[in-house]
Design a protein around this ligand. Structure first.
Ligand SMILES: NC(=O)c1ccc[n+]([C@@H]2O[C@H](COP(=O)([O-])OP(=O)(O)OC[C@H]3O[C@@H](n4cnc5c(N)ncnc54)[C@H](OP(=O)(O)O)[C@@H]3O)[C@@H](O)[C@H]2O)c1
Length: 328
């Protein structure tokens, strides 16, 4: 299959500046945590990535451990990149991460310099890339000195293996300290990737303030609460859904009380002429500190639906109050 990108791919997607940096990110970015591993359909994964790119999604987010099996999302993405998107590499922001368990023994996990540098080398080989645009420390390591982890990020940039660095799942205090260490070393932290959605609001308790103060971009992951904040589970658990796999999203996370809120959100979404997913993404995007929302998808149609959020993503004060009442 010979792919040629749509010529109008930059005509409707808005691009936001990522903190105080030179980089702009699309309002909607695509993550490859689920549905791009070797257990999944390669052609479906390829079709989703190419459709995303056609719709103006320039940012693709990976991690060393995405699959399953671990590493295979990067491998498959690398193949798609090589065969279909090679000529568009400079139009893309590709990120990867290390921080969770990747290989056996003491050097395949957490935040040591040994792990971060060797993991990124492996990621680059799997994706057949010379560098990534963003490399993240995937989580703060309580045992490794923060100075060592940040020095590794700084050196990775100096070595040309990543253009920018980011932090994920760091709390406000860890973020502030890490950013300041990086600043002293001469590397800016580009972006933070926290979990944030209508059902997960921890970043409102200090993290957004630190990011704003430091001029760092923010790309919330799981903005649809892994699919709960969509119409996916309003009539039970579909066989082809993430909850049916019952691994990262367990059926007990779909409690009646939560689904009742989703049902009420649906009524508001209908009034806005939107899907529930579009309302949930608009709500995350109402925060000025949010640069882009990082969605996942299992079908091309879901990506189209999410991208259509860009047609109407302003939430009025009145709607915000209505949403607070539903979530309360
Ligand atoms: N830094 C971290 O620690 C971390 C952790 C988790 C994720 N992430 C990143 O964030 C990305 C997104 O995470 P996520 O997949 O949990 O995000 P999400 O957007 O909250 O959930 C994605 C799931 O929602 C469903 N969905 C998406 N669009 C839909 C639509 N328009 N209508 C109906 N259902 C829809 C699909 O479920 P079905 O598959 O059931 O169809 C899809 O797989 C990941 O790929 C990864 O890049 C980072």
């Amino acid at each position: 299959m010979d792919y040629k990108a749509q010529s109008d791919r930059y005509s409707s997607m808005p691009y936001n500046r990522c903190g105080n940096s030179g980089i702009k990110l699309p309002l909607i970015s695509l993550g490859l945590w689920h549905n791009f591993g070797d257990i999944d359909s390669f052609t479906n994964g390829r079709d989703m990535i190419l459709k995303a790119f056609d719709l103006g999604i320039t940012h693709f987010d990976l991690a060393n451990n995405y699959g399953p099996p671990t590493g295979t999302a990067e491998k498959n993405f690398g193949n798609i990149l090589k065969t279909q998107l090679r000529q568009y590499r400079d139009e893309m922001i590709i990120s990867t991460k290390a921080g969770y368990t990747m290989w056996e023994g003491p050097y395949g996990d957490w935040g040591s310099r040994k792990y971060l540098v060797s993991s990124l080398d492996q990621s680059l080989k799997r994706m057949q890339l010379e560098y990534v645009d963003i490399f993240y420390s995937h989580r703060a390591d309580p045992e490794t000195p923060l100075e060592e982890t940040m020095q590794a990020l700084h050196d990775i940039v100096k070595m040309g293996k990543a253009l920018y660095v980011g932090l994920s799942n760091y709390n406000p205090e860890q973020t502030r300290k890490a950013v300041e260490i990086l600043e002293q070393l001469g590397t800016r932290c580009l972006i933070h990737q926290p979990k944030y959605s209508m059902f997960e609001r921890t970043p409102e308790k200090g993290l957004f303030d630190v990011l704003k103060e430091k001029g760092i971009g923010c790309i919330p992951f799981s903005p649809l609460a892994q699919g709960i904040l969509t119409d996916r589970y309003l009539q039970g658990i579909p066989e082809d859904s993430r909850a049916a796999r019952a691994f990262f999203l367990k059926p007990e996370q779909l409690a009646n009380e939560k689904m009742e809120k989703v049902y009420q959100l649906k009524q508001l979404a209908i009034k806005r002429n939107q899907s529930i997913a579009q309302l949930a993404l608009s709500w995350v995007l109402r925060k000025k500190t949010v640069t882009s929302v990082l969605i996942g998808a299992s079908k091309v149609e879901q990506i189209i639906d999410c991208v259509n959020t860009t047609k109407n993503y302003k939430i009025s004060e009145e709607e915000e109050i209505m949403i607070e009442n539903i979530l309360a």
